[in-house]
Ligand binder design. Structure first.
Ligand code: SF4
Ligand code: SF4
Ligand code: SF4
Length: 215
């Protein structure tokens, strides 16, 4: 058994909500774990065979509905598409308002649509529906949640601020694994690090240095 477990949501069955449609991210994450020799590291730290509770768990949700529950695993990756208002003329059809489950859009008959960023969950449904291209996708990426777990001392994952490119998300996986290895003598679960170190301290170590949040 590997010392890591990667799960992706069931969007391959044809889920219409998916905003991330490629498949290689699972293989890419496997490569990250292999590159850090994580399984060998854990084998050297434990007695006996690797059990489920030794596994570093990663889930990938291909839309903000978050079916495989990224909030309760070591690392949750959630596909996100940010949207923007383009220069294309709005027809006032209000399809975007009807589509947005978050009530994040208002449309003014003269000025067109306005998106309330604090309500938006980056599903891009409004851009899919907009017939004029007035609302359009700005950027495809991922939200990343870290440090969740269930069990005796459950903890909901903390979300890193911003939207990350795939390469950045992979770097966060790598940095998180290395950070965990470094502190394994003090914490046997990644989530436990959050009761030893501040969130800011952990974020500084795992977020790629040059990341600039686009939201
Ligand atoms: S997370 Fe989204 S894309 Fe994935 S199965 Fe659930 S609803 Fe579909
Ligand atoms: S932004 Fe697009 S969907 Fe919304 S009212 Fe204008 S044309 Fe219709
Ligand atoms: S991306 Fe989704 S949540 Fe955000 S405004 Fe559009 S429909 Fe609403």
């Amino acid at each position: 058994m590997n010392a890591y477990k990667i799960k992706i949501c069931k969007r391959e069955n044809g889920c219409r909500n998916a905003v991330y449609k490629e498949s290689e991210i699972v293989d890419d994450i496997v490569s990250v774990f292999e590159g850090t020799n994580y399984t060998d590291f854990i084998k050297g730290e434990i007695k006996g065979s690797i059990k489920s509770h030794h596994q570093f768990k990663v889930t990938i949700s291909c839309c903000p509905n978050s079916c495989p529950m990224p909030q309760i695993v070591d690392l949750g990756i959630v596909a996100a598409s940010t949207v923007m208002v383009s220069n294309e003329r709005c027809s006032n059809c209000k399809l975007c308002i009807a589509t947005c489950l978050e009530h994040a859009i208002v449309v003014d008959e003269i000025n067109g649509p306005d998106i309330m960023r604090d309500r938006c969950v980056y599903c891009a449904k409004c851009a899919d529906k907009c017939p004029t291209g007035t609302i359009t996708v700005k950027e495809n990426g991922f939200r990343v949640m870290v440090g969740g777990k269930l069990g005796r001392h459950a903890r909901l994952a903390s979300e890193l601020p911003g939207i990350f490119s795939k390469q950045e998300a992979l770097k966060i996986v790598e940095n998180s694994v290395e950070y965990f290895k470094e502190h394994y003598s003090r914490a046997k679960r990644f989530a436990d690090l959050f009761s030893i170190y501040s969130e800011n301290e952990i974020f500084k170590r795992i977020v790629p240095v040059n990341h600039k949040s686009s939201i």
